[in-house]
Ligand binder design. Structure first.
Ligand code: SF4
Ligand code: SF4
Length: 478
């Protein structure tokens, strides 16, 4: 290694032989990846999923349900609106279960299909692909971009770079605005933007998410997948030799070598790989799939499209690089045999757990009462003697109406003979709202012993024919 090479990398000498020094790189500066565009089956599917995910992401906040936003995670009022469902902080368990279901679904998907999620639906790959599309439109394909970057500053270079960044930032800000629209009604934010009275926090979140998109998709790109994404790190625990991956058929491809179409590969003792490097040039993470299974591979399938296009040109059968499994390649399994291996113990366990959780979630959601009541004893007034020779305890009841219509609630109390409600006992609560009400309970003085006595409040939603019972205590002073 020359001195200049040593200077370009952080190196440490390892002395294994007193007469020889060996230099090992601590880290290497990342080379910029210039993915080349390619068309083909997987490229087409990638764009179909990009369109679907982006239509859903950008369109969802504009969708109305009744007279409100269909999906709104309103943190300021502690309510999550999910179409017909309104979740409150007490319903946090449903959100936790939903997250567990999503995680388990990802485990199952990974066990069966490897990192297809990464290549086709992950926001990081999707936005990187969109940003790359913009970059290609302005700066050209791989060769033109490499040439432009190596050129000295010129009017053309400044103009193209400026245009690209302007387009990226505009798109990023729109993404930030849409993201905020999931937490604050999007029509209100649009109105605030149009009238220049966006709050500082709203401005912060739009810029924060916008610049995160700009940085991740415009600059960090494959570095996010390689070094920042935790999924890339633990996915290997879910992989086995029957997981779908992008593979290079080494047995068929090697020995690789360039040749003309007229050369008979078999006679020349060559494999099918013509070493054109197209599969490397199209790779968005800059790896060579011919080096074997690598954790950086996001299973986007673009190298499959690239290699198939070369195989077509050479009149060789397609599939030198293909979606398969490690077992499938080593045992020369057919598609049918590979599919048969999907139902294996790991997949069955994930599926069973997922089905159980989904059923449990659906049942508990169906049985969820459409209102909630919290009973709080008025600590300021434990017990007091009132007119008529009665002893009174005062309670505060927080009634939360989790439905989309105004409801009337009737309150009664049981548990002690002669216990009566000495205050208003019917209340209306607006749709998706809560109300604190005061309830006075009375009992004739001397009818019970002094001390605490368990009682029950029964709260009936008159329009819903549903009731819930809440426990409390009645305190009789000495
Ligand atoms: S190796 Fe192939 S499938 Fe993997 S990331 Fe690169 S292009 Fe995509
Ligand atoms: S695209 Fe196919 S033929 Fe070309 S280098 Fe890659 S594997 Fe070999």
């Amino acid at each position: 290694m020359t001195v200049s090479q040593q200077k370009s990398k952080k190196v440490i000498p390892i002395i294994s032989d007193p007469n020889q020094e060996k230099f090992v790189s601590l880290y290497e500066a990342q080379k910029k990846v210039y993915p080349r565009s390619i068309s083909g089956y997987f490229h087409q599917w990638r764009w179909i999923t990009i369109w679907i995910t982006q239509i859903v992401f950008y369109g969802m906040p504009w969708l109305e349900w009744g007279n409100r936003q269909a999906l709104l995670l309103d943190i300021s009022t502690h309510r999550f609106y999910i179409f017909g469902l309104v979740l409150y902080p007490q319903d946090l368990v449903f959100l936790v279960v939903l997250l567990v279901i999503a995680a388990l679904a990802l485990f199952l998907f990974t066990a069966v299909a490897g990192r297809l999620w990464c290549g086709f639906s992950c926001p990081q790959s999707v936005y990187t692909e969109i940003f790359l599309w913009i970059e290609r439109k302005i700066e050209g394909d791989r060769a033109a971009r490499i040439k432009l970057d190596s050129k000295a500053l010129s009017f053309e270079k400044i103009y193209k770079k400026w245009l690209k960044h302007a387009a990226w930032i505009t798109f990023s800000m729109w993404t930030g605005f849409t993201f905020l629209g999931y937490f604050t009604p999007i029509r209100e934010i649009s109105d605030s933007i149009l009238h220049f009275h966006l709050s500082p926090w709203e401005t912060f979140w739009i810029c924060f998410y916008g610049f995160a998109t700009y940085g991740n998709a415009g600059f960090l790109r494959e570095q996010v997948c390689k070094y920042m994404c935790p999924y890339a790190r633990f996915q290997s625990a879910m992989f086995d030799k029957d997981t779908l991956i992008v593979t290079y058929d080494e047995e068929r491809g090697e020995p690789r070598s360039g040749r003309s179409r007229k050369v008979d590969a078999k006679e020349a003792g060559l494999g099918d790989c013509i070493d054109c490097s197209l599969c490397v040039q199209v790779c968005p993470v800059g790896i060579d799939i011919r080096d074997g299974l690598q954790y950086e591979c996001i299973s986007c399938g673009l190298c499959v499209d690239a290699c198939d296009s070369i195989m077509d040109k050479m009149n060789y059968p397609r599939g030198l690089v293909r979606f398969s499994t490690q077992n499938g390649v080593s045992h020369h399994w057919s598609k049918h045999e590979i599919i048969q291996k999907i139902l294996r113990p790991r997949v069955l366990i994930y599926t069973g757990l997922l089905v159980l959780l989904c059923v449990g979630f659906a049942v508990s959601l169906g049985m969820r009462t459409p209102f909630k009541v919290d009973v709080i004893r008025d600590r300021g007034v434990l017990s007091r003697l009132v007119e008529g020779g009665n002893v009174e305890n005062v309670y505060r009841l927080q009634i939360t109406n989790a439905t989309e219509a105004t409801q009337t609630y009737h309150i009664s109390a049981t548990g002690l003979d002669g216990l009566t409600i000495a205050s208003q006992n019917e209340f209306t609560v607006n749709a998706a709202d809560s109300r604190m009400v005061a309830i006075g309970l009375q009992i004739p003085d001397g009818s019970i012993k002094s001390g605490s006595h368990p009682i029950n409040f029964e709260i009936k939603a008159l329009g819903l024919n549903e009731a819930i019972t809440e426990k409390s205590i009645f305190y009789m002073s000495r």
